[in-house]
Design a protein around this ligand. Structure first.
Ligand code: PEP
Ligand code: MN
Length: 346
């Protein structure tokens, strides 16, 4: 890191910083510029660097600290490159070859509704089923999902009948256990992106996990969340990131889809990036346009809400696609998907 001294810092003040660096066990090199003096701190550590920076900031005449080393080494490459870390979800590899489609209703509401939705998405060519039995809701007094007792048997039936991998979201730590035997990957929803206890418990299952970006999270912070999901750099091929829109001043859409996040996360981490055109827009009519944009931007997959009767959906009715709309979207995307055998990274 670089400690930048205030203009006019005295020799004593600079020496104080140098002494402090030495006392912390690091070496330093001081460079006097025409206006300001900087102290270059050389250390092998990276964990705790932010806390150390805070410490230096308390010293007299220190203006700011510029970090040099990258954080989040568990999930970020030492330098951006084309190297990829595909993730195997059941029989499907995400982040290699063609983009994959994760589809299903926003929420599992009943056996019949789920069966109808799953038949549609399987027939249309989806690769992975999203089957949510616990719903992360902003309000306590809204539908919270049908729960484990009713939901797990439905998931088991869908797995047996259709054989596709299943992704599902535990909202609370205690829900991980019920999902564990039936899911091929866990989803961490936007509201849980900073629930570090939940992330650590999901990490311990060693199953693949799709981490959705917190709706108010910078990409830097998203990588921070991901560090809780891996034990070390060797484990980074368990993580799939999902861009699902962020909160900005614009509220015409439910959230603002951040297409830039797709190539950025891929370049920095090598991890697959899925895009969710349903939750990012909140509008069924915008889903196809955003799905095309994401595939065009190099996304490794899409996560799409499909409901047999969206107008009767208990959750997110405005964004779920009808079976007809999903089928025609899949047909439309087929050309784009088939022609993308490897991820687009320059
Ligand atoms: C979901 O995928 O079911 C969901 C609630 O999405 P998000 O966490 O992105 O809002
Ligand atoms: Mn939803």
């Amino acid at each position: 890191m670089i400690v930048v001294m205030e203009m006019g810092a005295t020799r004593d003040e600079v020496q104080r910083v140098e002494r402090e660096v030495a006392e912390q066990g690091f070496s330093s090199q001081t460079v006097a510029g025409t206006e300001k003096t900087v102290v270059l701190v050389t250390s092998k550590i990276y964990s705790g660097a932010e806390d150390l920076a805070q410490h230096f900031l308390r010293l007299p005449a220190v203006e700011k600290i510029l970090p040099v080393s990258n954080l989040h080494r568990e999930v970020r490459k030492p330098r951006p490159s084309q190297e990829r870390k595909p993730v195997t979800v059941g029989s499907v590899i995400v982040g290699e070859g063609k983009p994959k489609v994760i589809a299903g209703p926003c929420a599992v509401e009943s056996r019949e509704q789920t069966l109808e939705a799953v038949k549609v998405v399987v027939q249309a060519g989806a690769d992975i089923l999203r089957l949510m039995i616990f719903k992360p809701r902003t309000e306590k007094h809204t539908f919270q999902g049908i729960g484990a007792e009713l939901g797990v048997p439905i998931l088991l039936e869908m797995k047996e009948r259709f054989g596709l991998p299943i992704i599902s979201e535990p909202v609370r730590i205690r829900e991980i256990e019920a999902l564990y035997p039936v899911v091929d990957a866990f989803q961490i929803g936007t509201r849980s992106a900073t629930s570090y206890d939940l992330l650590e418990h999901v990490e311990q299952t060693k199953k693949p996990v799709m981490l959705k970006r917190g709706k108010g999270q910078k990409l830097e912070e998203l990588f921070g969340s991901a560090t809780y999901l891996v034990d070390g750099p060797q484990e980074k091929n368990r993580i799939i990131f999902c861009e699902r829109g962020i909160e900005t001043f614009e509220n015409a859409a439910r959230f603002t889809p951040d297409i830039f996040a797709i190539p950025f996360i891929q370049r920095e981490s090598g991890c697959p990036v899925v895009f969710d055109p349903s939750h990012s827009t909140g509008r069924w009519w915008a889903v196809a346009a955003m799905a095309r944009a994401a595939i065009g931007a190099g996304a490794d997959g899409l996560e799409i809400d499909v409901h047999p009767y969206p107008q009767r959906a208990m959750v997110d009715a405005a964004q779920q696609l009808t079976p007809e709309a999903f089928k025609s979207l899949m047909e439309e995307l087929r050309g784009m998907i088939e022609s993308r055998n490897s991820p687009i990274i320059e």
